[in-house]
Design a protein around this ligand. Structure first.
Ligand SMILES: [Zn+2]
Length: 494
């Protein structure tokens, strides 16, 4: 026992010289209370200083086989071959967990990735953290940690304080361009992160997809382009079974097996009408000319508007006159509950809803002029002609001039019950809150600004900010997104 007492004194002297007890001791006691320094040096199992060397005793015998952590009054140490191995850096265990040992000593200052015998692991204040899942960094880059261990199997997204990143085989991959799935959702990645600016096609193992705002846009329907050509996208991906007409910014095209068929020649009918196809390009088939056109002496003879396809997409203008009988057989409803203006009864509920929604936002979409009967249109038009004749114009010139101000009967959208002049027939409507509201929202109710300023050469109608035409929500939304007017949308203009 006397021998042991001498040893204790020696140990304490050496300790003051060799170890910075104060710093280690504080961190030790604070962060690791369970393993507080055992002041009883020389207990049966533990480290003792002997002839300047720390030796590990087990039952009063030096244990040369023990490998692992052992403590003395200063810290926990990594023991091997009966003594502290000051060369060891890695992970070791005691009854409190797994710990990061640096130069043979427990290091409670480290939080992050450290390398153990079985690879990289995550430690928090020196202790292996089996609950940590996420990104961590070492000298070689950012990695994905799964339950405390580097997971080289992981490919997907993870985030750190700088953003969301693409991890490939466990490592942040800045070079990857393509798609990846995360929590059931597919994302488009470039430069290592979700690319929200990209819009177009990208591929995963299943198909090519249409990407918008960094994700698959499952609502996209239409043509999109990749390096192999134009493809028909439906529900966000290529629909290789599709056969029919589809649009891109260059017009309407014939698609078969999911891609534009540039060799096809023939006709194709869809809900918009019948189309002639040549070199893949679709143009609307000519309709019958109106044989009984009353103003044939002065104006171009129009075709008869196609009323056999989708009623909401009927094209009515100077070149397309509604067939006899159509106008007088339209079922009409009041556009709102407090107006005498009417619309096609299939359109009126959309107008009412739009009116209500605007109203609750403090905007008044007062119906000004909706459906007009054939006779009303005819009287307006012919009164204009009579007035101009009375001013000295010939009948022919008066008719031509009248048609620039009032559409001939059967050629107005008001005759079809599909359009509403809103609030006031005045260019100043453009600067009203109602107009701004309509420009922003009307497509959600199926209405479009029918005669835009920049489409006058196509519509042959002056800019009419007050005239709003119903085409249905889907078409209105597409037209707003592509910036097309109805003639362009229907493929009538080439
Ligand atoms: Zn109008």
């Amino acid at each position: 026992m006397k021998n042991k007492l001498i040893k204790t004194v020696c140990v304490m002297l050496v300790a003051t010289i060799l170890f910075s007890v104060a710093t280690v001791g504080n961190a030790f006691a604070k962060d690791f209370p369970d393993a507080a320094i055992d002041t009883q040096v020389g207990n049966a199992n533990g480290l003792e200083k002997e002839d300047g060397l720390w030796v590990f005793y087990n039952n009063e015998e030096i244990d040369y086989d023990f490998v692992g952590m052992a403590k003395n009054q200063y810290n926990w140490w990594y023991v091997e071959n009966g003594t502290i191995n000051f060369e060891y850096t890695g992970i070791s265990e005691n009854k409190y967990g797994s710990w990061y040992m640096k130069d043979g000593k427990l290091d409670l200052t480290v939080t992050g990735m450290v390398k153990g015998d079985d690879g990289w692991v995550y430690v928090k204040n020196g202790k292996f953290d089996s609950t940590y899942t996420g990104m961590a960094k070492n000298d070689y880059g950012w990695w994905y940690i799964n339950n405390g261990k580097l997971d080289r199997e992981y490919t997907g997204l993870s985030s750190n304080q700088y953003g969301v990143w693409f991890i490939k085989d466990g490592k942040l991959d800045y070079s990857y361009i393509g798609m990846t799935k995360h929590e059931g959702k597919w994302y488009y990645i470039s430069n290592g992160t979700i690319d929200r600016s990209f819009e177009g096609m990208a591929k995963n193992q299943y198909n090519w997809w249409y990407i918008k705002d960094g994700c698959i846009d499952y609502s996209f329907k239409g043509l999109a382009k990749n390096e192999y050509g134009w493809w028909y996208i439906n529900n966000g991906c290529i629909d290789r079974k599709y056969k029919g007409i589809a649009r891109n910014k260059y017009g309407l095209w014939y698609v078969s097996n999911g891609t534009i068929d540039y060799k096809y020649k023939g006709t194709c009918t869809n809900e918009m009408g019948t189309y002639n196809i040549s070199n893949g390009k679709a143009t609307r088939k000519k309709m019958k000319l109106c044989s009984s056109w009353k103003y044939s002496y002065a104006l171009d003879i129009p075709q008869i508007a196609d009323t056999t396809s989708s009623w909401n997409l009927i094209l009515v203008n100077r070149n397309f006159v509604l067939p006899d009988g159509y106008i007088n057989n339209i079922k009409l409803s009041y556009a709102t509950s407090n107006t005498s203006e009417r619309l096609d009864s299939r359109v009126a509920p959309y107008y009412q809803r739009m009116y209500n929604d605007a109203f609750f936002q403090g905007v008044y979409l007062t119906p000004c002029s909706g459906y007009r009967s054939y006779n009303l249109q005819k009287n307006n038009f012919e009164n204009k002609i009579s007035y101009l004749v009375s001013c000295g114009y010939s009948k022919k010139d008066a008719t031509i001039k009248a048609s620039t101000e009032i559409l001939p009967p059967g050629t107005s959208e008001h005759n079809a019950g599909l359009a509403m002049d809103i609030t006031s027939i005045s260019q100043s409507f453009e600067s009203s809150a109602a107009f701004r509201w309509l420009v922003k929202n009307a497509h959600n109710y199926g209405f479009i600004l029918r005669y835009p300023k920049d489409k006058q050469s196509i519509t042959n109608i002056i800019y009419e900010p007050w005239h709003w035409r119903f085409v249905g929500v889907e078409a209105a939304t597409e037209m707003k997104e592509t910036g097309q007017c109805l003639e362009e949308y229907l493929g009538v203009v080439r």
